[in-house]
Design a protein around this ligand. Structure first.
Ligand code: APR
Length: 228
């Protein structure tokens, strides 16, 4: 029998218990930094060193973090289901947790690219510094989708949403578009599990099941619900 397809849209909340800060919680990254300064092409043009430093720091933090039970639990579902994870996160904790099909909407912290060519992508573990050049002789920058930039994976993600038999939203405030609009592509009859400490605004969708709490606990409950 064909396995059911579980599609998961994840955000920073799934990595919070791995010690990585979210963006909009009271201790979140956007409380300490200006979005315009560190996460827009305008910010990079104005002060590239500040932006590189911001992401160099993020890279070190991700390197030191480990996948938690929520990442691992979602990966283990691949035994019984077809699973696709669409993540807004730039960390690699879904992959290190064992998931094999992960689509990164907002880029990846362990990749960098030429400023002029979005396709010219390289792996990076250490820091990116001013003067580090791609093979087209332009400055390297993190392979991150900043505000005001197009989201190249959005069409693929929207297509995947339409193929869901079960949908899970975990650890995202649904504040950032176009990612937040992806749930619109999930067929209305499909059950939609929402796992978050603070349930975002989803009441207008059909077939919503809310699981309020931390991602690790919430994913465990979700797995019990779909595998019993
Ligand atoms: N378990 C479950 N949910 C949690 C936990 C936790 N331990 N901690 C926080 N959360 C929830 C919050 O309640 C909130 O709903 O995670 C969500 C985090 O929301 P944001 O900080 O807005 O992060 P996210 O939705 O991923 O942000 C989207 O904005 O600036 C950006 O590009 C960045 O990809 C990011 C995008």
């Amino acid at each position: 029998m064909k396995k059911k397809h579980i599609v998961i849209l994840s955000g920073a909340g799934i990595s919070a218990e791995s010690g990585l800060k979210t963006f909009r919680d009271s201790d979140g990254l956007w409380m300490g930094y200006n979005i315009e300064d560190v996460a827009t092409p305008r910010g990079f043009a104005k002060d590239p060193a500040l932006v590189l430093d911001f992401y160099n720091q993020r890279r070190k933090e991700v390197m030191a973090a480990k996948p938690n039970e929520a990442h691992k639990g979602l990966a283990a579902l691949e035994k019984d289901f077809e699973v696709t994870i669409i993540t807004q996160n730039i960390d690699d904790l879904h992959e290190r947790g064992g998931s094999t099909r992960v689509i990164h909407l907002h880029g990846q912290i362990f990749q960098m690219r030429s400023v002029t060519n979005t396709e010219n992508i390289f792996n990076i573990q250490g820091d990116i510094n001013i003067g580090d050049l791609a093979d087209d002789d332009t400055q390297l920058r993190p392979h991150i989708v900043w505000f005001e930039e197009p989201v190249p994976m959005i069409e693929k993600a929207a297509f995947v949403m339409q193929t869901a038999d079960i949908f899970v939203l975990v650890g995202t405030s649904l504040q950032v578009y176009p990612a937040a609009g992806l749930i619109d592509f999930v067929p209305s009859e499909v059950p939609k599990y929402i796992i978050d400490k603070v349930i975002p605004e989803v009441e207008h969708y059909k077939n919503i099941i809310t699981i309020k709490g931390n991602a690790t606990e919430g994913v465990k409950k979700f797995i019990n619900m779909v595998t019993k």
